[in-house]
Design a protein around this ligand. Structure first.
Ligand code: UDX
Length: 468
């Protein structure tokens, strides 16, 4: 098929590359000339495992091209995806400005029988707005048939987006005409691996489904974090409790890893947008608000612990930070807990030394002129540090040389925001361990043998597979 993808951000590029890989002719559009030039030369504007190789291969194979012009791209397109960003407005609502602008331009260039697919995460009712814009566009008058429009939300987790696209848990298509269902079912046939991954529905339900999924994931994370705090206060071991929860098939094992809370471009933004949407229909959304509050409190809790450790005297203290991206496998720092922590530490007068294997540049950009010393490697962060905060569970932080860490540091406190380490291990090197959700300095009496079963590597493997 001839496919056009408007918006060459994270979602658009993964979609474009993977659809080209499946044998379609794909044109990706973006208004950013620099980005289009870089992509044409095979360079990705962000880090995502596997994607650059596909980009390169598909450009070489002639199935993938880039342009800044929607009009130029459309040609004989059978399907056009709208995959432009819908960032949050200051009130939390989704900003649809770019998306609706693209729809206006698209309306003047759309060929007959082309299905318009909205992939951006949008409030319920947006596809109807887009249909009206397309119908009103000047040249659309020449169309004799109704515009075919569909909602096809993405469920791509950063760091494993290619894998998620190639082998999706489900493919959601919301439409209201047989042509859209038929074209999209054909397009997705190579990804509908065992023939039962397509879920067809009406447009509004598909739009809502994306918000529902991300709210549910966020709810699990906030729930486990709240339970974790309670467990700590009651001298119970959250890791042991997690084993019990995960052993219950009704609860399942994913998104139950306690930590400093969720970040990234989707969960926080989609929660805010859904809360805003709830207001428009006069629904209270109490639970959604609590999920959000617990998540923010979790960050505060970590900073509070660091401040308390230094008796409220952070001025002049050197705090090392391992990990800047909101999770491993990506250079995305949007809504990353590391950035909130760094900004609180700097405001309190601390000297921050930070390291991340891929996200330094993105963090520098996001933090602007904030004084942060970026280190070339993890160990460099530890030099004369009074404390170390481990904010992202990158593989290289899983089994560091604790002897060297202890030797390099001036202080001995490790703030483990992701529950990566065993207190007993750290104690062997004279390091103290604070884990969110455990007793103040992580001295929870645990069955060491059992605890060792849950090695960090195992956890990482499960996380990569979608489980915590
Ligand atoms: C998410 C959804 O998973 C994806 O389907 C959607 O399309 C986009 O949003 P992503 O933002 O890439 O993907 O990250 P995800 O892997 O879901 O993690 C989100 C956040 O939750 C991260 O900050 C992560 O550290 C945190 N998390 C996840 C936990 O704190 N505990 C867990 O058990 C799982």
């Amino acid at each position: 098929m001839n496919v056009v993808v408007i918006g060459s951000g994270y979602v658009g590029l993964v979609t474009g590359c993977c659809l080209a890989e499946a044998g379609n002719n794909v044109v990706c559009v973006d208004h950013d000339v620099k980005k289009v030039n870089a992509l044409t030369g095979g360079t990705l504007p962000f880090y995502e495992p596997e994607l650059e190789a596909i980009l390169d291969e598909q450009i070489q194979g002639g199935r993938l091209t880039f342009t800044t012009s929607i009009r130029h791209a459309m040609g004989k397109a059978n399907v056009v995806f709208l995959a432009v960003g819908t960032p949050p407005n200051s009130d939390g609502s989704a900003n649809l400005h770019n998306l609706l602008d693209c729809a206006k331009t698209l309306g003047q260039a759309i060929p007959d029988d082309c299905v318009v697919v909205v992939k951006s995460t949008v409030p319920v009712g947006t596809c109807e707005r887009i249909r009206r814009i397309l119908n009103n566009a000047t040249e659309i008058g020449r169309h004799t048939q109704r515009i075919s429009i569909a909602s096809n939300p993405e469920f791509l987790a950063e760091g494993r987006a290619v894998q998620d696209f190639r082998d999706p848990d489900r493919i959601v298509i919301g439409a209201d005409d047989p042509h859209a269902f038929s074209v999209l079912s054909d397009l997705y046939a190579p990804f509908n691996l065992d023939g039962n991954r397509l879920i067809l529905m009406d447009i509004r339900s598909a739009e809502f489904a994306k918000y529902a999924c991300n709210s549910m994931l966020a709810a699990r994370i906030s729930m486990i974090n709240e339970l974790s705090g309670l467990a700590g206060a009651l001298s119970a071991d959250i890791n042991a409790i997690c084993r019990v929860l995960k052993g219950d098939a009704r609860i399942g094992g994913s998104y139950l890893h306690p930590g400093v809370g969720y970040g990234g471009s989707c969960l926080p933004k989609d929660l805010s947008a859904l809360i805003d949407l709830a207001q428009t229909v006069d629904e209270p959304a109490d639970m959604l608000r609590s999920i959000q509050k617990v998540n923010l409190d979790q960050r505060e809790r970590l900073f509070h612990a660091i401040r308390t450790h230094f008796n409220d005297k952070l001025r002049g203290k050197t705090i090392g930070v391992w990990g800047l991206s909101f999770k491993p496998g990506t250079d995305d720092v949007r809504a990353a807990p590391s950035l909130s922590l760094i900004s609180s530490l700097v405001q309190a007068g601390a000297i921050v030394r930070a390291y991340d294997p891929v996200a330094e540049h993105a963090a520098q950009k996001a933090l602007g002129d904030m004084q942060v010393h970026y280190s070339p490697c993890a160990m460099d962060v530890c030099a004369n540090a009074d404390a170390l905060a481990v904010m992202t569970e990158w593989e290289e932080f899983g089994h560091p040389d604790f002897k060297e860490v202890a030797h390099q540091m001036r202080g001995n406190m490790i703030f483990d925001a992701r529950g990566l380490y065993q207190s007993e291990t750290l104690q062997r090197y004279g390091l103290e361990h604070y884990v969110l959700g455990q007793n103040k300095f992580g001295r929870v009496k645990m069955n060491v043998a059992q605890n060792n079963q849950r090695t960090w590597k195992q956890w990482f493997a499960r996380q990569e597979g979608g489980e915590a």
